[in-house]
Write a protein that binds this ligand. Structure first.
Ligand SMILES: *[C@@H]1O[C@H](CO)[C@@H](O)[C@H](O)[C@H]1NC(C)=O
Ligand SMILES: *[C@@H]1O[C@H](CO)[C@@H](O)[C@H](O)[C@H]1NC(C)=O
Ligand SMILES: *[C@@H]1O[C@H](CO)[C@@H](O)[C@H](O)[C@H]1NC(C)=O
Length: 344
C-alpha cells in the first residue's frame, strides 16, 4: 500500500514541489527570517501593546542636501503598529506646535529627510468643535509624518447658526484644496476620529474609493451596516469628480453617507475597505449608552440618488468663501454655505 503511494507520480511531484519551496525559503534568508516576518505581523496587530504616536519621529531630521534627497523608503522605518490614544488631557495648541517642528504654516508638511512618494490632503468639515480639533491635531500630525507623506490639513468651517452640512463642506474643501496642489489623494476625515494603527496608510486605492474607518470602537470594531461609508474615506480627485463629488443637499446628520455609497456605484465604481484589523479608530466622547444599542440602523432617506446625483454635487456647488487663513497647524477655510431651504 505505502509502496504504491511512493510510486504514484502525483505523490512524487508533490514531494518535489514541497522540497523546492522549502529550499527557496532557506535560500531567501532562512527560516528565522520567515519566523521574524510572522512575529512582525503579530506585533502590528497586538492592540494590548501600544506605542506613543511621537515614538522615534525625531529620527527624521533635515537632509543636508535638499537638492539630492532620495525618495522615501516604501515602508516607513519607524512604524510601530498600534498607538496609544487617550482623550483625558486636552493638548494645548502651543504644545502641539512644539511637538511638530517640521509642520509649516497652513498645516503643510513635507518629510525633511526624503522625497515623499504620495501627496495627501486631509479635509475636515468643522463647526465649533474646538476640543475635538485639538485632540485630532495632536494625533494626526505625527501619524501622517510616520507614514512619510507630503500632506496638508484643511479645516472647512461653516459659519453661522445653520444646520451642519458635512458633505457640502467637503465639496468646498476639495475645490479649495485642489487650487493649492495636485493632490494624489483626498482624505475626508471626521473631526472626532483618531486612527489607532500607523500601518493604516493615508493613501488612496488606485482604482476605487476607499473606506478607511472600517472598525470604530463606538461600533465595537465592526461595521454598523454593510454599505457604511462614514468617518474617514480616501478618494483620488479622479474618483471624486467621476461621482460628481458629494451631495450638497443633506442638512443635519446622517443620510449623506448612503447617498455617497450609492453614487460610487452609479458612477461605475465600488467601495474598497481597509482591513478591520488596521482600519481601527477611536471616537471621541460618544455616548456609550445610546450608541451601542443594536442593531445600528441605516438612516432612512427621502432623496433619490439615482435621479439627483448628476445634478447635485460638484457641478452645482455654490458657496461664499469668507476667509482662507493659514494657522500654524491647518489651513482654515471659512465659508457661508447657506441654510436649509424652507421646503426641502
Ligand atoms: C526607535 O528607534 C530605535 C533606533 O532605530 C530602535 O532601536 C527602536 O526599536 C525604535 N523604537 C520602537 C518602539 O520602534
Ligand atoms: C440664526 O441667525 C440669524 C441671524 O443671525 C437669525 O435671524 C436666525 O433666527 C438664527 N436661526 C436660528 C435657528 O437660531
Ligand atoms: C477660522 O477663521 C475664522 C475667520 O477668520 C475665525 O473666525 C475662526 O475662529 C477660525 N477657526 C479656527 C478653528 O481656527
Amino acid at each position: 500500500m505505502s509502496l504504491s503511494r511512493v510510486e504514484n507520480p502525483c505523490f512524487l511531484l508533490f514531494l518535489f514541489v514541497f522540497q523546492a519551496i522549502f529550499i527557496l525559503i532557506l535560500y531567501r534568508g532562512g527560516p528565522s527570517n520567515v519566523f521574524r516576518g510572522f512575529l512582525d505581523s503579530h506585533r502590528v496587530l497586538d492592540y494590548s501593546k501600544t506605542h506613543d504616536v511621537y515614538t522615534n519621529l525625531s529620527l527624521f531630521t533635515q537632509a543636508p542636501n535638499e537638492e539630492a534627497m532620495p525618495y522615501c523608503s516604501a515602508q516607513s522605518p519607524i512604524f510601530v503598529g498600534p498607538l496609544t490614544i487617550t482623550f483625558r488631557v486636552l493638548p494645548s495648541e502651543r504644545m502641539i506646535i512644539k511637538k511638530n517642528p517640521f509642520v509649516q504654516s497652513g498645516g503643510r508638511y513635507r518629510p525633511p529627510h526624503c522625497l515623499a512618494r504620495y501627496k495627501s490632503a486631509i479635509l475636515v468639515a468643522y463647526k465649533n468643535q474646538e476640543k475635538y480639533l485639538h485632540h485630532l491635531l495632536y494625533y494626526i500630525h505625527p501619524f501622517l509624518q510616520r507614514q512619510q507623506l507630503s500632506y496638508s490639513i484643511y479645516l472647512i468651517q461653516q459659519v453661522g447658526n445653520g444646520t451642519f452640512n458635512r458633505a457640502k463642506l467637503l465639496n468646498v474643501g476639495v475645490r479649495e484644496a485642489l487650487k493649492d496642489e495636485d493632490w494624489d489623494c483626498l482624505l475626508l476625515h471626521d473631526v472626532d476620529l483618531v486612527p489607532e494603527n500607523d500601518y493604516n496608510l493615508y493613501v488612496c486605492d488606485e482604482y476605487y474609493p476607499k473606506h478607511m474607518a472600517s472598525a470604530m470602537d463606538k461600533f465595537q470594531y465592526t461595521l454598523p451596516y454593510k454599505s457604511f461609508f462614514g468617518g474617514v474615506s480616501a478618494l483620488t480627485p479622479e474618483h471624486y469628480m467621476k461621482m460628481n463629488g458629494f451631495p450638497n443637499t443633506y442638512w443635519g446628520s446622517g443620510g449623506e453617507n448612503d447617498d455617497i455609497a450609492t453614487r460610487i456605484q452609479l458612477a461605475g465604481m465600488k467601495i474598497v475597505r481597509t482591513s478591520p484589523h488596521l482600519g481601527r479608530y477611536k471616537v471621541m466622547d460618544y455616548n456609550e449608552e445610546t450608541e451601542t444599542q443594536e442593531p445600528w440602523r441605516r438612516p432612512t432617506s427621502r432623496h433619490n440618488t439615482r435621479k439627483t446625483w448628476k445634478d447635485d454635487g460638484m457641478n452645482s456647488l455654490e458657496f461664499k468663501l469668507l476667509s482662507r487663513t493659514k494657522h500654524p497647524l491647518y489651513t482654515n477655510i471659512t465659508v457661508d454655505i447657506g441654510y436649509v431651504p424652507p421646503f426641502s
